[in-house]
Design a protein around this ligand. Structure first.
Ligand code: LLP
Length: 412
């Protein structure tokens, strides 16, 4: 997106403002889908809604032929609202309420169970409603994704999935195969996010195929799909070297080929990319309220905080920051958020051109886990979002209002 477009968007819709490049979202989706199709097995892409759940973006991806991975009843409702068909939706939370399960069953959404107790609830719900459910399990493959500990999900000690160890996973499948109303359709693992090392993906994929073989040999089970999850990383720093979808697909190919050969049948491969599709396609624009010099630092105070972009505070994440319409690196600043906490620093020690009040700071690569993690903490209304597509800037979410902050509340 060029600077003129960003400048106009900020002028028209104010800041803080998320701006997305719809053409880039589409091209990244296509690139990913093409790369995984080149592995040679049947494949499907389930965009991970949690990365960015804005309806206009979901709709854009639906029109591209994507399916979706959802983690809550709310995400499923958003997906259904924009027209995704229930059988194109996966429900993969680690902790689902009975109500969420009941509506997923009655809608006909695919359910990925994270434990056997959850399977029992699905089965009870099916019995009560006289329905059946398409079920798979998320397994815990005990694989190190070599990423930030808060977003590594495939390790033995994380809360996710049924473990191979102790036959927990095997017994879960065995039980599922015996229960009324349960159609066992797949096998899933997601080992983490922002992964840049192909070997972790390969290890997880190999373990999934090995386990599918055991299910076939010992339970006579033939799976419709093997879901290898999401996690492909992106470049946040200029020198980051993430895997391209082609490299990712090439790395998985031998494991898939060998797996399919030993299985003797070909399950469809499911992929759940989130960050890769939308991350680089979004920026957060915020305005400079003031610039302040302390004895040790220069701070740029902006009109956004960790309630707008949570990643720096939560994961010490780095988002490239630039100043709209300015070049050079003459000063070093910390960019401070407007939340009343010392931890609310959006960027540290950044070389920037001289910043003055009312400048606009661009945080790059904020399309994934930006708006979707935003909150109203400190009683600040949610930012607006715009989507630029084919040269036209569309407002896709109005800025929150102060009334939103108290609309659902009452005093006693
Ligand atoms: N599938 C499942 C089951 C997941 O839990 C996730 C992400 C994905 C797919 C998509 O992963 P991706 O392709 O986007 O890496 N808030 C954190 C990231 C949390 C990821 C949670 N799960 C962040 O801002 O880095």
């Amino acid at each position: 997106m060029d600077e003129e477009t960003l400048k106009n968007a900020a002028r028209e819709y104010q800041t803080p403002l998320y701006v997305y490049d719809g053409d880039l979202i589409v091209s990244r989706y296509r690139e990913f889908a093409k790369a995984v199709a080149s592995i040679g097995s049947k494949s499907r892409v389930f965009y991970a809604v949690k990365a960015n759940s804005s309806l206009a973006i979901l709709d854009l991806l639906r029109r591209e032929g994507s399916s979706v991975d959802c983690v809550s009843g709310g995400e499923i409702a958003c997906a259904l609202k924009v027209g995704f068909k229930p059988h194109d939706i996966l429900f993969t939370s680690n902790s689902k309420t009975r109500e969420e399960i009941a509506s997923a069953v009655s809608a006909g959404v695919n359910i990925t169970c994270g434990n056997t107790e959850e399977l029992d609830v699905v089965s009870e719900v099916c019995a009560e409603a006289g329905e059946s459910a398409r079920v798979s399990f998320r397994v815990n493959p005990d694989v190190d994704a070599k990423t930030h500990p808060k977003i590594a999900t495939g390790l033995r000690d994380t809360k996710f999935g049924v473990h191979f160890e102790g036959d927990i996973a095997f017994n879960a499948y065995k039980r599922a195969s015996e229960l009324e109303g349960i159609d066992v359709v797949g096998l899933h693992a997601h080992i983490g996010s922002q992964i840049t090392d192909a070997s972790s993906f390969v290890e997880s994929c190999e373990k999934l195929f090995e386990f599918a073989l055991r299910l076939k040999n010992e339970l006579g089970m033939q799976l419709e799909f093997i879901d290898v999850g999401g996690g492909v990383g992106i470049a946040y720093k200029k020198d980051d070297k993430p895997l391209s979808p082609e490299e990712y697909a090439k790395a998985l190919e031998p494991a898939v080929k060998a797996g399919v050969e030993s299985l003797g049948y070909e399950p469809t491969l499911y992929f759940e990319p989130g960050r890769y599709i939308v991350g680089p396609a979004g920026v957060l624009l915020c305005s400079v309220n003031s610039v302040k010099e302390t004895p040790s630092k220069k701070f740029v105070n902006v009109d956004a905080g960790f309630n707008t972009l949570t990643r720096p505070a939560m994961y010490d994440a780095y988002h490239r920051a630039t100043v709209l319409g300015k070049k050079g690196e003459s000063e070093t600043y910390d960019i401070a958020g407007n939340v009343c906490e010392s931890g609310d620093i959006l960027a540290r020690d950044r070389a920037l051109p001289k910043v003055v009040r009312d400048d606009i700071i661009i945080f790059h690569d904020a399309g994934a886990y930006g708006m979707s993690m935003a909150s109203e903490y400190n009683m600040r209304a949610l930012p607006a979002e715009v989507l630029v597509k084919d040269g036209v800037t569309h407002l896709i979410r109005e800025r929150g209002t102060q009334e939103d902050l108290y609309r659902k509340q009452k005093t006693i």
